[in-house]
Design a protein around this ligand. Structure first.
Ligand code: FES
Length: 402
């Protein structure tokens, strides 16, 4: 039965796998990604695509992990094309070859976005944990353009690469990029775990934005059409973002094991999510507790219910509220009216005195994931037996670091 007050999904993010050859410490995948190794097979993904399209979804992103690891990617793209999706591949570029770019184009892929770690190969290598990745990314960015796609590059900015922003933009310009997304790191998953070492100072942020603006003027004066999108990190904002356009409003993610989530980070929340192996996407979207939990305004704290922006920001980000306060129903602390907004002010102030080095970053890999999972299980066992009771506001990063 369809709940008539809910609109259909427009966006489907297909996280094909959590496997990835790189080890970026700012990855937003769940810390315990090794727990979900039972990936949907090709037929199960076909079924997901058909169901989502029948419900009205029109935009489809293939991501991961590294989606190129899936050898059935071309078949999935082809199916998506026949169904009438607009398809986007979000990739590190590792595993891409000129032949594969052409095969994906033949299958009907509409768009490819490649991520870069840094401007110089040494830093890129240190951040990705791979000696060959950087050169391959640059070659593949060119191959993508040669195949007739716009060259769209993405860089996650953080404390260790943000001062290179001028060199990063120059590199993208040299490569012939059409669009560059300079996305300041948002703190979910591994990025939350590594937050202290990743957060830039306010001064770094101000300098980076000014440098981006200078580049915009330079490019315009040259008549060069390369768009630069600078995304400010939430922690430095005063108003929360309308995360995912509102919980369960337009966006759904299907995780590698078939779990269906309202956003890519929802697995971090203390709630259960349905799986396409057991329930139809239609029932999950319209009927499940998980998708209905934060729809509308009834669930909001009084502060948010009385706010004029409640239908604009939809209560901000539930994952951020939970990670920062331990309460997924709380007002997003990014909001200046939140009683916990001071948390962010303190983090920013604290961080301006730190000089974290790259050595403190915990790489996102299977070994670390298993280790963290083990530590979290020990903590949870201790809590259940009453031997340890971390306060609900203790961020998970502290629990994991104990
Ligand atoms: Fe999950 Fe914002 S990332 S609600």
């Amino acid at each position: 039965m369809v709940n008539k007050t809910t609109s259909p999904p427009l966006w489907l993010l297909a996280e094909l796998t959590y496997r990835c050859p790189l080890q970026c410490a700012y990855c937003s995948n769940p810390l315990e990604f090794t727990r979900y190794q039972n990936e949907l097979d090709t037929d199960a993904w076909f079924s997901v695509l058909r169901q989502a399209r029948a419900m009205g979804a029109a935009q489809l992103g293939f991501s991961g992990g590294e989606p190129l690891i899936r050898q059935d990617l071309e078949a999935l793209v082809s199916e998506a094309r026949q169904l009438g999706f607009y398809t986007n591949l979000l990739t590190s570029g590792v595993g891409l070859t000129a032949q594969r770019v052409n095969a994906l184009a033949e299958a009907g892929l509409d768009h490819i976005q490649i991520s870069l770690q840094a401007a110089d190969p040494e830093l890129a290598q240190a951040l990705a944990g791979s000696a060959k990745a950087h050169a391959n990314k640059l070659a593949m960015a060119k191959a993508v353009k040669a195949a007739g796609y716009p060259m769209v590059l993405n860089v996650v900015l953080h404390r260790h690469n943000i001062d290179q922003i001028g060199d990063l933009i120059a590199l993208c310009d040299e490569l012939g990029a059409d669009a560059v997304e300079l996305a300041n790191c948002q703190y979910y998953g591994w990025a939350f775990l590594n937050r202290q070492a990743l957060m830039p100072t306010r001064e770094q942020l101000v300098r980076a934005e000014a440098e981006t603006n200078r580049w915009r003027e330079t490019l315009a004066a040259r008549g060069r059409d390369m768009s630069l999108l600078f995304v400010v990190p939430d922690y430095f904002e005063q108003a929360p973002k309308a995360c995912m356009g509102g919980w369960g409003s337009i966006f759904m993610t299907v995780a590698p094991d078939g779990a269906v989530l309202p956003c890519h980070s929802a697995r971090e929340l203390p709630m259960a999510f349905p799986n396409v192996k057991e329930t139809s996407l239609q029932d999950i979207w319209y009927q499940s507790d998980a998708f209905n939990r934060f729809r509308g305004t009834q669930w909001m704290p009084a502060l948010c219910q009385q706010c004029d922006d409640r239908d604009k920001d939809h209560g901000g980000c539930r994952c951020q509220a939970y990670l920062l306060t331990g309460d997924m129903n709380a007002t997003d602390p990014v909001c200046q009216h939140s009683p916990q907004h001071g948390l962010l002010e303190s983090l920013i102030a604290e961080n301006s005195h730190n000089t974290p080095d790259q050595a403190t970053l915990i790489p996102r890999n299977a070994r670390q994931s298993k280790q963290l999972q083990g530590q979290a299980e020990i903590q949870s066992g201790l809590r259940q037996s009453g031997l340890a009771a971390p306060s609900p506001r203790q961020p998970l990063e502290l629990i994991y670091r104990q």
